[in-house]
Design a protein around this ligand. Structure first.
Ligand SMILES: NC(=O)C1=CN([C@@H]2O[C@H](COP(=O)(O)OP(=O)(O)OC[C@H]3O[C@@H](n4cnc5c(N)ncnc54)[C@H](OP(=O)(O)O)[C@@H]3O)[C@@H](O)[C@H]2O)C=CC1
Ligand SMILES: Nc1nc(=O)c2c([nH]1)NC[C@@H]1CN(c3ccc(C(=O)N[C@@H](CCC(=O)O)C(=O)O)cc3)C=[N+]21
Length: 290
């Protein structure tokens, strides 16, 4: 990538997402010609705002690529047995190749039980521990969480060297922080993971060549979190008082220090949905021995 200056480059998700979509359109075309249409099932209990935002983006992306979708909308107070019965039905449905269960689950549902109910072959957002273990082992045959994978795809697209680089990940959730750290480790980065109990966050963060913020606290990472010339990937999606989206990084405050930074919106979020689509196509091909 030809960057015009070595400071303050905003690296957008769209070119990364477009490149992935373009090759998926061709792959889906070939499958459809053979009578196979990849299909994604989305399981949503209740109507949380961030689930709906992801759902809208995912449906639009799949539609553009030619992937079928079906949303299973459940009441927020759905009983555990019913939720598991639905997953069993999806597991047995040959026309559905991938399933996305929005997380966190409503509190009456026991994640420790439900995560085993999705068969690993259709588990395209890494809910089942089998797929999570593969991420930790560096086994690429599974499905890492789409957002964690999106972080990697952006860094690769913009040719950011990872080997031997110091990377700090802010956040250790199973959906984003922890798997992103494992994927970066597999690329031979030296990874530090921070969380709410980390002492002197700015010091640990500002030691990094690459900073990944996945905390869920609007503009928390200020200029003192960032080393001169660092690359910053802002995963956070926070809704501000005026209804706009903002990241976990105080972009205005850090822009003059960084070499590259992903924006919010139009950064990691737009790549996440294209990875989701990529995983559905991969699952579909594996299930059809392609
Ligand atoms: N771009 C995209 O496509 C996506 C974006 N997101 C966004 O990414 C962000 C993170 O999501 P997710 O991982 O699900 O969030 P979680 O709430 O599950 O995890 C947040 C993590 O941040 C840590 N944390 C919270 N507050 C602090 C603090 N003050 N200092 C240091 N660490 C802190 C927590 O630490 P501890 O473990 O100690 O509690 C936890 O590990 C959110 O903004 C979410 O909206 C999520 C999915 C997709
Ligand atoms: N199993 C699971 N995996 C998730 O990754 C997951 C989840 N559950 N539950 C909900 C949260 C929240 N989340 C969002 C993703 C994109 C947008 C979003 O706004 N996306 C815009 C783009 C935003 C941008 O441009 O940055 C779009 O796709 O058009 C919002 C929220 C995922 N999550």
């Amino acid at each position: 990538m030809n960057l015009t200056s070595n400071r303050g480059n905003i690296i957008k998700g769209k070119p990364v997402a477009d490149k992935i979509s373009e090759s998926l359109i061709k792959e889906v075309d070939e499958l459809v010609n053979e009578g196979i249409t990849p299909k994604l099932a989305i399981v949503r209990a209740g109507s949380r705002g961030d689930d709906l935002a992801y759902e809208r983006g995912a449906l639009k992306r799949c539609q553009n690529i030619g992937i079928d979708t079906e949303v299973f909308e459940l009441p927020e107070d759905i009983a555990q047995e019913e939720y598991i019965d639905l997953l069993k039905k999806i597991n047995n449905d040959k026309n559905i190749h991938g399933v996305l269960c929005f997380r966190p689950l409503p509190k009456q549902l026991d994640e420790k039980v439900i995560k085993y109910a999705i068969c690993p072959e259709k588990d395209i957002d890494c809910f089942n521990p089998i797929n999570f273990a593969k991420v930790v082992e560096g086994d690429k045959s599974g499905f890492p969480p789409c957002t964690a994978q999106a972080v990697l795809e952006i860094l690769k697209f913009y040719e950011v060297e990872l080997k031997g680089k110091k990377v700090t990940v802010l956040g250790r959730s199973n959906v984003v922080g922890k798997p992103a750290a494992m994927l970066l480790l597999a690329e031979h980065a030296t990874v530090t993971i921070c969380h709410s109990r980390t002492i002197d966050l700015p010091k640990v963060a500002s030691d990094a060549d690459i900073l990944v913020a996945a905390v869920g606290k609007a503009k928390m990472a200020t200029a003192d979190f960032v080393k001169e010339g660092a690359v910053v990937v802002d995963v956070g999606i926070n809704i501000t008082e005026d209804g706009n989206l903002c990241g976990d990084v105080d972009t205005d405050g850090v822009i003059d220090k960084v070499s590259m930074i992903t924006p919010v919106p139009a950064g990691v979020g737009s790549v996440t949905t294209s990875i989701l689509a990529k995983h559905v196509v991969k699952a579909c091909k594996l299930q059809n021995n392609r």
